[in-house]
Design a protein around this ligand. Sequence first.
Ligand code: SF4
Ligand code: SF4
Length: 150
Amino acid sequence: MPNTRQTDITAIRNILERVLDISESPVPRCRLLSSGFGPSHTLNVRENITGTRACLGCGNCIDICSLLAREPARLKRTAQRTSLALETMVGTDCDRCYQCVLSCPQVDTTIKHYIVKTRAIEQMKHLLNHLKPNEDYYLDQFYLELNHHE
Ligand code: SF4
Ligand code: SF4
């Protein structure tokens, strides 16, 4: 739940591009580039957490990760559901699908929209590079989605 005044992409574009180009989970760095937790939430917590950029431990990024979906054995490395756990399980094998960033409640919408607008083709390219021959059902699903929206 980012703040109403979110990070201006023009101020972070260079560093964000570098973050999105490496083969490690991008969600922790995108979280740190964001504006922090907004005041409009319904969490029942005593301390004031407005502005924190910390991981909330929701596990969204782990549930959506394409690499972990293909290689669920990696999930056995830790039962934690934090961005640190995601980094541990993914290592340097990240597909660069950016779904972890898009699913994280701590990442600003400005960053998510930048990724959607600039990295869609990149996402497909990297995913295709990582697919094994017996995993072409991912492509079938992609084409089905395309036809469904036509
Ligand atoms: S494979 Fe996708 S969801 Fe998993 S860490 Fe990399 S960018 Fe995030
Ligand atoms: S999606 Fe949840 S678990 Fe993952 S980095 Fe964001 S707050 Fe943390």
